[in-house]
Write a protein that binds this ligand. Sequence first.
Ligand SMILES: Cc1cc2nc3c(=O)[nH]c(=O)nc-3n(C[C@H](O)[C@H](O)[C@H](O)COP(=O)(O)OP(=O)(O)OC[C@H]3O[C@@H](n4cnc5c(N)ncnc54)[C@H](O)[C@@H]3O)c2cc1C
Length: 140
Amino acid sequence: MKYDVVVVGGGPAGLAAASAARKAGAARVLVLERNSYAGGILKQCIHDGFGLIRYQQMLTGPEYAARAVREAVDWGVALKTDAMVLSIGADRSVCAVSRDGLHTYEAGAIVLATGCRERTRGAVMIPGSRPAGVFTAGVV
Ligand SMILES: Cc1cc2nc3c(=O)[nH]c(=O)nc-3n(C[C@H](O)[C@H](O)[C@H](O)COP(=O)(O)OP(=O)(O)OC[C@H]3O[C@@H](n4cnc5c(N)ncnc54)[C@H](O)[C@@H]3O)c2cc1C
C-alpha cells in the first residue's frame, strides 16, 4: 500500500501533522496508532483549557482529541488504530502489526509523532534520591 505521508502515532502532534499534510496537498495520508483510539496522552488530561488557541474554546483533553480526530478524518486522512509500527526501512517502508496481520506501507515521507515517556531517575541512571517537591506531569 502506497501513501504520500505515513504518520506514526495518532496523538495531537500526529493528527495535526496528518491534517496539515492533506491541507498542503498530499493526496494519501495515513496515521498508524497502536492504541484502539487516537488522541494520545490527551485522553488522560481531563481538565479543560485545551483548544483555546486552536479552536477558541475551552476543551478537555478528550474533547480536544475528538476534535482533532474529526478534523483529520474530515480532511480525508486514513486513520488506522490498533496498529503498532515495528520498524521503518531505509527505503521508507513502514512495517506495522495489527489484528489483521503484518502490513508494509510504502511512504513518500514519514512523520514520527510517537510522543515521549517519562522515566524514573533510576531508569536513566541518575544517582541519588528523588528531588523533593519536583513532580512530573504524570505524577501530578
Ligand atoms: C498527566 C498529564 C497532564 C498534561 N496536561 C497538559 C496540559 O494541561 N496542557 C498541555 O498543553 N499539555 C498537557 N500535557 C502534555 C500533552 O498531553 C502532551 O504534550 C501531548 O499529548 C503530546 O502529544 P504527542 O502527539 O507528541 O504525543 P502523545 O500524546 O504521547 O501521542 C503519541 C501517540 O503515538 C502512539 N505511538 C507511540 N509509538 C507507536 C508505535 N510504535 N506505533 C503506533 N503508534 C505509536 C501512542 O500510542 C500515542 O497515541 C499533559 C500530559 C500528562 C501526562
